[in-house]
Design a protein around this ligand. Sequence first.
Ligand SMILES: Cc1cc2nc3c(=O)[nH]c(=O)nc-3n(C[C@H](O)[C@H](O)[C@H](O)COP(=O)(O)OP(=O)(O)OC[C@H]3O[C@@H](n4cnc5c(N)ncnc54)[C@H](O)[C@@H]3O)c2cc1C
Length: 380
Amino acid sequence: MSASNSKRITIVGTGFGALTAVRKLRSLDANAQITVVSPRPEFLYYPSLVWIPSRMRESSDLVVNLDAFFQRMNVHYHQGSASGLKEGGRTLVTDTGELPNDGLIIASGGRYLTKLPGIDNAAIPCRSLTDAERFRDQLEALDGGTVAFGFGGNPKEPSAMRGGPVFEYLFGTHTLLKKQKRRDRFQLKFFAPAKRPGQRMGDAAVDRLLEAMRKRDIQTHLGHPLKAFHPNRIETEGESFDTDLIVFIPGMTGSTWTQATDLPQSPGGFVQSDANCKVAGFDRVYVVGDAGSYPGPEWMPKQAHMADLQAIAACKNLMSEFAGEPAQASFKVELACIVDSLDSGMLVARSGTRSLMLPATRLLHWSKRLFEWNYMRQYR
Ligand SMILES: Cc1cc2nc3c(=O)[nH]c(=O)nc-3n(C[C@H](O)[C@H](O)[C@H](O)COP(=O)(O)OP(=O)(O)OC[C@H]3O[C@@H](n4cnc5c(N)ncnc54)[C@H](O)[C@@H]3O)c2cc1C
């Protein structure tokens, strides 16, 4: 450890998990030397990407520059991308230099699988601001036609999928086209390899989502594994149908840089964590958020809320280890999301054996907006 006895902690990423880790570490240790590494000193609030196509949000609304936050938290920011580890994690290698540490928290997120043949024919609006804007522009340019929305998974790790936002893009597009008085010129479709898409949210939620599609005259194509996307056609193992625009959220895997290290990997390619966010076989190396794979129920979501809970557990454990105590803090598994449709929202929550489903109301839409404001405000 460092000679001054103040601990050097490196955090990889500036997303949900990383920034929660900064706040928690600072609250636990006023003297820790915290270094944060990421390509840009910015936080992107992903959940509101679903409001880009309607122009309810512009890209600049969703990005927070972190200079002021880092100053407040007394954080050293190192601009760069992590590319490897040395000395069992005690040195983080980046494309802009090597960083020694006494403790490491990996919060660099996941990435989408892009192996499906013809995937470039689909818009992937979850991937980045640019991708969300691209879908917005494609939709604006269409005079009418078919728009098909769907999501896939990672066959090697069923929990590595992001289904919720696709329902938001779908219902949001329906509301937007209605507002623009051109819904009658469009056919909206929903496709998924599963017969009951979104099952992790619980039975009641799936029933409610399918009912919401029926009500909005959205056709479904369910239960057939995907084979390929063509410029104007989707091919599955059971059928093939025409579409003018494909909107797709692929299954997820771990980031390229962690896959190139000797950190243990889960079947789906994430950093394998134990129940305490610790990486087995590595001293004082933790993983939080979408970058990791964690033991727990099969419905454990890859969500910002989980990243936050995992970051808190990791920080407590790192501090315990510095104090020579065992790392015993764990995290609750909770699924919570408001499936928004631009003018109303439906709440889906799951925790332990309980699940809750609240039907769509305007109040829930406004709650989602309030939550966004409140969450982003802490990093401004
Ligand atoms: C459209 C959409 C809607 C969503 N809605 C919800 C919702 O309603 N509720 C919810 O809880 N979750 C939601 N999510 C999921 C949520 O956004 C993610 O689960 C969350 O972002 C994961 O946080 P993270 O910190 O693990 O990773 P991220 O937020 O992805 O952050 C990763 C960070 O690591 C950085 N990074 C990447 N590679 C490197 C590298 N090599 N070196 C250094 N830094 C690197 C990135 O720049 C980024 O700063 C949504 C996601 C999307 C896309």
